[in-house]
Write a protein that binds this ligand. Sequence first.
Ligand SMILES: Nc1ncnc2c1ncn2[C@@H]1O[C@H](COP(=O)(O)OP(=O)(O)OP(=O)(O)O)[C@@H](O)[C@H]1O
Ligand SMILES: Nc1ncnc2c1ncn2[C@@H]1O[C@H](COP(=O)(O)OP(=O)(O)OP(=O)(O)O)[C@@H](O)[C@H]1O
Ligand SMILES: [Mg+2]
Ligand SMILES: [Mg+2]
Lengths: 257, 257
Amino acid sequence: MSIIAIINQKGGVGKTTTAVNLSAAIAQTGIPTLLIDLDPQANASSVLGLHNPVGPGLYEALTGSAPLPSLIQPTRIPNLSALPARLDLAGAEVEVARLDNHLFQLRNTLAPLRQSNSFHYIFLDCPPSLGILMSNALAAADQLLVPVQCEYYALEGLGLLLQVASQIRDSGANPSLCLCGLLMTMYDSRTNLNTAVVRDVRSHFANAVFQVAIPRTVRFGEAPSHGLTILEYDPHGTGSLAYRTLAAEFLQRQNSK
Amino acid sequence: MSIIAIINQKGGVGKTTTAVNLSAAIAQTGIPTLLIDLDPQANASSVLGLHNPVGPGLYEALTGSAPLPSLIQPTRIPNLSALPARLDLAGAEVEVARLDNHLFQLRNTLAPLRQSNSFHYIFLDCPPSLGILMSNALAAADQLLVPVQCEYYALEGLGLLLQVASQIRDSGANPSLCLCGLLMTMYDSRTNLNTAVVRDVRSHFANAVFQVAIPRTVRFGEAPSHGLTILEYDPHGTGSLAYRTLAAEFLQRQNSK
Ligand SMILES: Nc1ncnc2c1ncn2[C@@H]1O[C@H](COP(=O)(O)OP(=O)(O)OP(=O)(O)O)[C@@H](O)[C@H]1O
Ligand SMILES: Nc1ncnc2c1ncn2[C@@H]1O[C@H](COP(=O)(O)OP(=O)(O)OP(=O)(O)O)[C@@H](O)[C@H]1O
Ligand SMILES: [Mg+2]
Ligand SMILES: [Mg+2]
């Protein structure tokens, strides 16, 4: 069992698109997978048809008033379960910040899942922020998968994220935290900028960068407006092929660890 | 004097690109303008050449240990000053959350600027978050300018943002808060998705939507990698034309209030 945080504080780089489509592609190979939506925007929850769940949610689990396993729901995709987000999750940041042990709230909340071992992989879709939910995700995860848009601003923030992650690891808060990989997203090979950014990232981070780059295609924008993953919306397109290839590369990296 | 928050909790929709290029375009018409970077990612600060300022910053101003006016710096662009962000601003959220009057910290910090009246317009570049910095921006601003990417996820969050803003206004926290306008960004007229989203937003929000839509062009991605605004990098291109047109439309709306 491994917990993978899909994380980057830069906004709009493809975190949710990666969390939803990678977890769906892995589930389709028969591996039991869970997607936890840590973003109060709840974009991942909405694509999986789990808008605004009633009753307790992650907020209650994080603040200790509801057990986490009871919040997990099946999705229409076989082998993929989800823990949806709600807006009140934004309020959890303030409340968790006031607790003494605030860095480990999510890690402790997820502990029952580690013991039950019912999921092979658990993916966390993180919000674009440098706040409490992000540091909690860094303290709770075993691995980080970092989507990197092929643009300059996204590059600027990458060093910072990896530095914060190293601090969490080296401080002893999460000693086994490791980098699963950097995923280049929204890659348009016709532009010099994207090609230059990919070259820069590959030369700097070498094998830490997934071989596959996710191409920019309008299909990714269309799929959520139909409430579908790219695999369901455009199964034979370049977008679906890229995420199936990513799933294969991800599983290969896991097995060779 | 008016304080305008460039705000949208959805990540990567063009907040920083709008904050930098609109404030620069207005400054170029001779109007004294200030850009305050409220995002710990500090993307706006970096484009304006104000990386990692030493000494006190907005964090110290927000927590009361440094007067804000002393932190304002000139930029290379005539009539445009800036208050840069630093990474430690992310820590301010936790610290401000613990204060009793936390919603009004930014409003109180900006009060000296209201009295001095040295800037005609003050723009706040907001981080992609539903946290404390965002609610502080809503309580401090006179107007909201909301960049809306022509995609589904961006549309999903729009209703929520406007609802939160109405709550801040109607609760009496900021009774005069009003909507400056919705700005369609990254518009590619060749895609059905973008055309459909623009049509949806215009039919729903009518005159609240700026007439000009910012076109998607790779020049916007290239400019920051050269440390330049679009106006400096590609002065005669469609991107610069769009932001100059926006500046004219913005000023027209201000004058007809
Ligand atoms: N490869 C791609 N090609 C084209 N569009 C894409 C691609 N991947 C994602 N998108 C679109 O770009 C937008 C941003 O993607 P997404 O919401 O997944 O990013 P995010 O990092 O989760 O954003 P946030 O920081 O707000 O959580 C969405 O509208 C999505 O549909
Ligand atoms: N009209 C446009 N056409 C093409 N690319 C654009 C356009 N506007 C912005 N971009 C690029 O898209 C990316 C996101 O834009 P930007 O950083 O301004 O958004 P943001 O809302 O400030 O993001 P964040 O939520 O992380 O603060 C940047 O790499 C930027 O260069
Ligand atoms: Mg997301
Ligand atoms: Mg920004």
